[in-house]
Design a protein around this ligand. Structure first.
Ligand code: MN
Length: 275
């Protein structure tokens, strides 16, 4: 329990820190001066320095994603579907709104603001999110659930995994810690963390739902905050639930003569039997 509280505190501290950094970064906007600087210098200044430089930049009060959502809704509700809407759709994508979400947002707005306005907005949104796939959407949505990065495709260990996983090394000093992310259904092979003394591995669930199983024992569910202690020289596997993305922190416990021994995959039959 104490460990759990400490980790929660670490999460809170990291979140506050991130927000503080974001709040210091003012948005630089030049559209006003670029397009109207000679014709209407005061309007250009208000657009670039006040609307974007001050109001949009108050990210410690309201995040950029929320501000994009409000701006899109306001523009579409007025029937403004010109280049300014295109600009704000692109900005919304940069601020983390996914293809799946923009489709849902515009459908919702359509009922309140008017069907033809949604049609007009969809025409522009399709161009902006044209290249995105639903798989990328799911990964982006999962990233928003956790403060640790998903990292890069886990190619170095791909041979020992069923399905796609991602690896983000977090610490390479004192204790090695990585965030490991599994797509739904992904799990690693049976394996053993060998050591002649000490060693083993600790897992802490970060987001989503997953499993840990020691040979000869029932599988244990891992949820955000769940702490798993894996002794050295014990055969086991870990991974996502069939219907959920999953991420855990993996701590390499220091020991002597440590080495990983990778064994056979967890069969589909055994995996499907998990409840
Ligand atoms: Mn392990």
């Amino acid at each position: 329990m104490v460990m759990y509280v400490k980790i929660l505190l670490a999460f809170v501290a990291l979140t506050i820190n991130t927000t503080a950094i974001m709040a210091q970064e003012k948005i630089k906007q030049t559209a006003g001066r670029d397009q109207l600087g000679d014709f209407a210098p005061k309007f250009a200044e208000l657009n670039d320095d006040v609307l974007f430089g001050e109001v949009w930049s108050r990210t410690d009060k309201l995040g950029l994603r929320d501000r994009s959502l409000i701006t899109l809704t306001s523009l579409i509700s007025q029937g403004i579907t010109d280049s300014s809407l295109s600009y704000h759709l692109q900005t919304a994508k940069q601020n983390g709104i996914t293809r799946t979400e923009i489709a849902e947002i515009l459908t919702h707005i359509g009922f309140y603001a008017g069907w033809p306005k949604a049609w007009a907005a969809f025409r522009l949104a399709k161009e902006v999110w044209n290249e995105d796939t639903s798989a990328q959407d799911a990964k982006a949505a999962f990233q928003r659930e956790m403060i640790f990065p998903i990292g890069e495709p886990n190619t170095a260990y791909a041979a020992y995994f069923s399905g796609n996983s991602y690896l983000a090394p977090l610490s390479r000093e004192q204790v090695a810690v990585s965030n490991v992310t599994f797509e739904p259904g992904c799990r690693n092979n049976w394996h053993i963390h060998r050591a002649s003394s000490g060693g083993g591995q600790m897992l802490i669930g970060v987001a989503g739902r997953g499993w840990y199983q020691e040979e000869g024992k029932p599988a244990v569910e891992i949820l955000p905050g769940t702490v798993i202690h894996i002794p050295a020289n014990v055969k086991h596997w870990h991974g996502a639930a069939a219907d959920s993305w999953f991420a855990h922190l993996a701590f390499e416990v220091p020991g002597e003569d440590t080495a990983n021994e990778w064994l056979e995959p967890v069969t589909d039959e055994a995996y499907r039997a998990l409840k």
